[in-house]
Design a binder for this molecule. Structure first.
Ligand SMILES: O=C(O)CCC(=O)C(=O)O
Ligand SMILES: [Fe+2]
Length: 342
C-alpha cells in the first residue's frame, strides 16, 4: 500500500493550492483567497494556526494579489507567531536601522530598490548568490515568520528565491550532519552597524524582545537547530550574517562556512524562485529557510515587510530530520515505498 503524501494544509485544504517544488514553497493561486478574510473569519484562530504550521513545513507560502493593509499585515505576523506558541515577550521586530515615518511605524521595514535595509552593502558587480541570508540572525532572539508584500514592481525581474534549511541538512552525509550537530556559530549584523555609524544614526532598541538590545548586533546560535513547530532539524548558518563557527579554528570555520553557503546557493533542488505580481504576499519561516532578492531589473521595486520575533534557537539531539520524519527516500526525494528498482 502506498501511504498518502503528507499534507500540512489542515483547515486550509478547502482552498486551491499547490506545491511549487517537492521541498519548499506552496502557492494559493486564486485571488479569491484573501488573507484579510482569513483574519476576519469566525474560525480565524484555526485558519491562522494552520497557516503558521503550513509555512513552517513548506518554508514559504505565496498568496496572490492581496488587499491586506499594513495594519492587518502586522496583525497577521503577530497572530501567526502567537498561535504557533512563541514566548509572550516576543513581538514584531524593530529593525536596528529602520526609520519611523508618519505613515509607517518602526516595526515595518520598507523594502526598496532605492535604498534602506534591502540595499545596505549592495554591490552591482558582486555575485548574485552573495545575497543569500536569513533575516536578523544577529539577534539573540531571532525571527519566526516574515511577511512581504510588494506594491511597486518593475515590468520584469526582481524575483525572490528561497531555499530550505531542512533539505540543506538532509542533503548532507550522515557523517557531516553529525559533525555539525552541537556546534555553535557567531552571527553579526556588522553591515547595519557600519551603515548606522556612517549615517550617524542611532541603532533602535529593544527590537521585538527584551533580549534584543544594545548596538553590538551579535549573537551565538546552534549550527543545526530543531524547529519548534515541526520538530525537524534545519541548517542555521547563512551567508549574510554568520561569521564564525566557534568550536573550529578560524581557517577551519572559513572553509566549513564557505562549503555550507555554497551548499545552499548551488543546490537549486532545495530552492524555489518566485516571480511577483503586484500585491502578492510571501510568508516565510526564518527558522528553516534562506532567501535572496534578484537585482536584475530597472526601475522601482518597493514593498513593506514585517518580521516577527520567535524564540531562542535550540538543538534537540533526539529530533528527527524532515526526510526521516516524512519517510522520504534519502537519495531520490521519493517516499521509500515508491522507490523504483534500478
Ligand atoms: O526584496 C526581496 O525580494 C527580499 C528582501 C529581503 O531580504 C526581505 O524582505 O527580507
Ligand atoms: Fe531578507
Amino acid at each position: 500500500m502506498v501511504a498518502a503524501p503528507f499534507s500540512a494544509l489542515g483547515s486550509l485544504s478547502v482552498y486551491d493550492s499547490y506545491d511549487e517544488t517537492p521541498h519548499i514553497g506552496t502557492r494559493f493561486p486564486n485571488k479569491s483567497v484573501q488573507l484579510s478574510q482569513l483574519l476576519a473569519a469566525p474560525n480565524s484562530d484555526e485558519l491562522l494556526k494552520d497557516l503558521a504550521t503550513l509555512v513552517s513545513h513548506r518554508g514559504v507560502v505565496f498568496f496572490t494579489e492581496q488587499d491586506i493593509s499594513i495594519e492587518k499585515q502586522k496583525e497577521l505576523g503577530t497572530r501567526l507567531g502567537e498561535l504557533a506558541g512563541k514566548p509572550a515577550t516576543s513581538t514584531l521586530h524593530v529593525h536596528p536601522i529602520s526609520e519611523q515615518t508618519p505613515e509607517l511605524t518602526a516595526d515595518v521595514s520598507v523594502i526598496s530598490s532605492e535604498g534602506g535595509i534591502a540595499r545596505t552593502g549592495y554591490s552591482k558587480s558582486a555575485r548574485a548568490s552573495n545575497g543569500w541570508h536569513t533575516d536578523i540572525t544577529f539577534e539573540p532572539v531571532p525571527s519566526d515568520y516574515a511577511i512581504l508584500k510588494l506594491h511597486t514592481l518593475p515590468a520584469v525581474g526582481g524575483d525572490t528565491l528561497w531555499a530550505s534549511g531542512y533539505e540543506a541538512y538532509d542533503k548532507l552525509s550522515p557523517a557531516y550532519q553529525k559533525f555539525l550537530e552541537g556546534l555553535t556559530a557567531q552571527h553579526d549584523g556588522s553591515g547595519f552597524r557600519e551603515f548606522a555609524k556612517a549615517e550617524n544614526k542611532i541603532i533602535n532598541e529593544p527590537r521585538g524582545s527584551p533580549e534584543n538590545t544594545g548596538s553590538h548586533l551579535t549573537a551565538v546560535h546552534p549550527v543545526i537547530r530543531t524547529h519548534p513547530v515541526t520538530g525537524y532539524k534545519s541548517l542555521f548558518v547563512n551567508k549574510g550574517f554568520t561569521k564564525r563557527i566557534l568550536e573550529l579554528t578560524e581557517d577551519e570555520s572559513d572553509d566549513v562556512l564557505d562549503y555550507l553557503f555554497r551548499h545552499v546557493s548551488e543546490n537549486h533542488d532545495m530552492q524555489v524562485r518566485f516571480r511577483w505580481n503586484l500585491n502578492d504576499i510571501a510568508i516565510w519561516d526564518n527558522r528553516c529557510t534562506f532567501h535572496t532578492a534578484t537585482n536584475d531589473y530597472q526601475g522601482l521595486r518597493t514593498g513593506n515587510r514585517i518580521v516577527s520575533i520567535g524564540e531562542k534557537p535550540f538543538f534537540d539531539p533526539s529530533s528527527l530530520s524532515r526526510r526521516k520524519a516524512l519517510g522520504l527516500d534519502e537519495a531520490a526525494g521519493l517516499p521509500t515505498d515508491k522507490k523504483k528498482p534500478m
